[in-house]
Design a protein around this ligand. Structure first.
Ligand SMILES: [Zn+2]
Length: 237
């Protein structure tokens, strides 16, 4: 110890000048954090997306194998009824599940994992004889109960098509590698999602230049972590 007099924190906090500096410091920290999040989206992920209105980074991801190329898109249903609820699951490190994108019924897209990273959505899986589909795919979760009754509204399908167009601007993903989770899950029959989803219509839409301007844009409130009912979403890995 130098023997220099230490300022008592409470006394320091009562000095108006110090308060002001603390406030500025917090403001700077917040600004840096926001810039960091934007940098993640712009530097390590897809270019800014007209469809996306939020980036909510999930801890449930890791590096793809160095040799892995992105050649596949896996389409899921959340079973969870809301976008916010799905965010809550993917933000929970204990759940060990995530997807790159969550698409709400209103067509709003939330990105949760940079596409260069491996999201944890497919679990035990195989496509064309190659296992661990997570390593070479991008996962898109559509908010849907997956009961065969809950509809996939046009705004949601258009948003997924828009994501496919955007992904294809960077990666080569042919139609036959835009797959359902049910199609690749191992053992066969382990997964059913997305039940009742029209892949033909989606792929046709994805091949059509974007015409819709009805997709919601603009800012959104800060996401809240919604407590999940236990067992609503099966652990994928
Ligand atoms: Zn799934």
């Amino acid at each position: 110890m130098s023997g220099q007099q230490q300022e008592h924190p409470i006394i320091s906090a009562q000095k108006p000048g110090r308060n002001w500096r603390t406030f500025l410091g917090v403001l700077l920290l917040v600004a840096v954090s926001i810039n960091g999040a934007v940098a993640i989206v712009q530097g390590n992920s897809l270019p800014p997306m007209p469809l996306a209105y939020a980036y909510v980074p999930s801890p449930n991801c890791d590096d793809r194998p160095a040799s892995a190329e992105i050649t596949c898109i896996v389409i899921h249903s959340t079973v969870e009824p809301t976008t916010e609820g799905t965010e809550g699951i993917f933000l929970n490190a204990a759940k060990k599940v995530s997807a790159h994108f969550v698409v709400g019924k209103d067509g709003r897209v939330v990105q949760m994992v940079p596409v260069e990273k491996r999201a944890w959505h497919a679990g035990k899986s195989m496509l064309d004889g190659v296992s661990d589909v997570n390593s070479y795919s991008i996962g898109i979760e559509m908010v849907n109960l997956n009961d065969g009754v809950d509809p996939y509204p046009p705004a949601q399908v258009e948003a997924v098509a828009g994501l496919i167009r955007l992904i294809r601007s960077r990666y080569n993903v042919p139609d036959n590698r835009v797959v359902s989770h049910a199609q690749i899950a191992q053992p066969a029959g382990r997964k059913s999602d997305p039940v009742g989803f029209d892949f033909e219509a989606l792929l046709k839409l994805a091949r059509t230049p974007e015409t819709s301007t009805s997709v919601p844009t603009g800012s959104r409130p800060t996401p809240t972590t919604v407590p999940m009912p236990a067992g609503r979403h099966e652990r994928e890995e």
